[in-house]
Design a protein around this ligand. Structure first.
Ligand SMILES: [Ca+2]
Ligand SMILES: [Ca+2]
Length: 222
């Protein structure tokens, strides 16, 4: 068979399976170092908020990417800052590229502007949480910037507006390769009025994947 045709078929195979951004996660050889599908509760995960009574993060049995359950927070019709915090995750000692994967769908207030929305934050070796910058995303990073409102996350780049379909976001963890532990925090901020369905998250995982450029180089170049 023509080598060029083999290459095209291989790329089509990759793009039709688990290709995400610039990384490829081989179904048979990908190592998963941490995963949470929320099918057996959310052991080890915690929640916080401006007021504890305003935190709505909870296991949800009506929407899921895998199995029957996801975790969900309602976008409240008043000012709220609801966080869903992962366990402290020990980073593996490996030379493999590491990436964080999660699936989500969201409906946020955005009739005229991006009013309510969500961001991802990280704590490195127990430090204060900081936002995971948009440049670290390999797939489906922030899609807008929250407007200047009474939202605690005003002006943050964030997931905003409507994404009714389950979508996989992927974060390149190579900027954190020297960390011994990482902890992640999903943060939903709302302004003082108009609530919506909110944010669903499922299938959170840290995996080793391979840069697609390496596959081209090792397999078909030269
Ligand atoms: Ca699930
Ligand atoms: Ca609102």
């Amino acid at each position: 068979m023509n080598p060029r045709l083999i290459c095209i078929l291989f790329v089509l195979l990759l793009s039709s399976t688990t290709y995400a951004g610039d990384f490829y996660c081989p179904p048979q050889s990908t190592v998963t170092y941490h995963e949470q599908d929320f099918e057996s509760g959310s052991t080890g995960w915690t929640t916080e908020g401006l007021n504890d009574s305003d935190v709505t993060w909870a296991i949800n049995g009506s929407e899921s990417n895998s199995g029957n359950y996801s975790v969900h927070a309602e976008a409240l019709p008043y000012a709220s800052d609801q966080t869903l915090i992962s366990p402290v995750i020990a980073m593996p000692i490996t030379q493999e590229p590491l990436s964080l994967h999660f699936w989500h769908r969201y409906i946020f207030e955005a009739e005229n502007n991006e009013i309510d929305g969500g961001i991802l934050e990280v704590s490195i070796d127990g430090s204060a949480f900081i936002q995971v910058f948009g440049v670290y995303f390999l797939a489906n990073g922030y899609n807008g910037q929250l407007q200047i409102t009474d939202n605690v996350l005003s002006e943050y780049f964030a997931w905003v507006n409507h994404q009714p379909e389950w979508t996989e976001s992927v974060v390149d963890l190579s900027p954190f390769i020297n960390a011994q532990t990482l902890q992640f925090r999903f943060r939903l901020g709302t302004d003082i009025s108009i609530g919506t369905e909110g944010w669903y998250i499922d299938d959170f995982a840290i995996k080793s994947c391979f840069e697609l450029d390496q596959i081209y180089t090792d397999g078909f170049d030269g």
